[in-house]
Write a protein that binds this ligand. Structure first.
Ligand code: PLP
Length: 387
């Protein structure tokens, strides 16, 4: 039934046997920088690549400060900690996300509240957030409270699904109006922009991920983005055990975290970042070829970047007409050497979060029943890149 799709994807990736969903690509200075780490013995949490990766990422994104972490998950944990999320607070987010978003909320003892996504972005809907707040929110002493539960609504964490930016300006306005801190889960959206501005810079903090399946990788890693330099400096302090700088004394002035990315991972990051724009151009080319192909498939539509946005097209997504055909598509492609997968199980359907509040989740469920991710790796190789 989907043989033409399978053939097209195998042709696109020039691989008749097996096409993976998303694999990393190392075509630049990766080996050279790793060798420098080993030769210099600076492989751990101190070393020149850590500072360089932070400076390069700040320059790339336009953040005033960028702070490395050992994973995107703990970058999110740190982001919410810095926003003052505390035990018992509520955090507005999506049910359509990767588990890391909700795990980070849980580390702080806070409760996720699941709000619907937009049909155009697959990310948190400003209309749905507004409507939930107008029904449930009230402002007392400069804080937003949930009238039903009495809990404080401290933060809102939209996620730029598959690299497609959410309607972030509208979310920022709503959060400001309701005294809610905005944290962007930009784990999937490195290089993606909303009206020309890099994702992760619209709220108080943005969190990126460099896990192996992301657009660029450090093996494992994450990064915090700040427009507020003082908050960035505090993040640096807290992610490095809150040690008071001194040549020999070990004094600490806060409960700190060992969240600092080792130099070898940062070295990989520096090398990867040198090719990020090339990777994104390549991924966008793949996306446009998919878009052209699926125009002629009457039952399958290809998800494209929202208006006014520049997407990195981290993971390409198609939409099937219904759940049965979603399953049939998954079965046939995976049986025939083309790796595909459905969207994550919705957070409100997992045992840890099934008791959490949510709105109708109408669009969320619509997507969960229809979306399939298709192969999205960078296609560029050594031969067509003269390094
Ligand atoms: C990848 C990802 C993260 C972070 O994951 P790590 O593996 O900890 O780097 C967070 N949120 C989303 C939505 C992600 O896709």
């Amino acid at each position: 039934m989907y043989q033409n799709v399978i053939n097209f994807i195998k042709g696109l990736y020039e691989n008749p046997e097996f096409v993976p969903l998303s694999v990393p690509k190392f075509i630049g200075n990766e080996k050279k920088y790793l060798e420098e780490c080993i030769d210099s013995t600076f492989v751990s949490s101190v070393g020149p690549f850590v500072d360089r990766f932070e400076a390069d990422m700040a320059a790339y994104t336009g953040a005033r400060r960028a702070v490395v972490c050992v994973s995107g998950t703990n970058a999110l944990h740190m982001a919410m900690l810095l926003c003052g999320v505390e035990r018992g607070d509520e955090v507005l987010t999506q049910a359509l996300t990767f588990i890391a978003t909700c795990n980070a909320i849980s580390y702080l003892g806070a409760h996720p509240v699941f709000i619907d996504v937009d049909k155009t972005t697959m990310g948190l809907s400003p209309d749905a957030v507004k409507s939930w707040l107008s029904r449930n929110g009230e402002i007392k002493d400069g804080h937003c409270y949930d009238k039903q539960t009495g809990r404080r609504v401290k933060a809102c964490v939209p996620m730029h699904t598959f690299g497609h930016p959410v309607r972030i300006e509208e979310l920022a306005e709503i959060c400001a109006e309701w005294h809610i801190e905005l944290v962007e889960d930009a784990a999937e959206s490195i290089g993606s922009k909303y009206k020309g501005r890099h994702t992760g810079l619209f709220g108080k903090v943005g969190a990126l991920s460099f896990n192996g399946n992301k657009t660029i990788t450090t093996g494992g890693g994450g990064m915090l983005l700040f427009m507020d330099e003082n908050l960035g400096a505090l993040a640096k302090h807290l992610t490095t055990q809150a040690k008071v700088p001194h040549r020999w004394e070990f004094k600490h002035d806060h409960i700190g975290y060992n969240y600092r990315m080792p130099n070898i991972n940062a070295a990989l990051g520096c090398a990867q970042l040198e090719h990020l724009d090339q990777y994104i151009a390549d991924k966008r080319k793949t996306a446009s070829e998919y878009a052209a192909f699926f125009k002629n498939e009457k039952d399958i539509s290809f998800f494209v970047e929202p208006e006014n946005c520049f997407s990195n097209y981290w993971l390409n997504a198609v939409i099937l007409p219904d759940h049965d055909r979603q399953l049939a598509f998954l079965q046939e492609t995976n049986d025939n050497g083309v790796m595909t997968r459905p969207i994550w199980e919705l957070m409100n359907r997992l045992p840890m979060f099934e008791h959490c509040q949510h709105d109708s989740l109408e669009n969320t469920i619509w997507f969960a029943d229809r979306v399939v991710n298709i192969p999205s790796s960078v296609r560029l190789n050594d031969e067509n890149y003269g390094h």
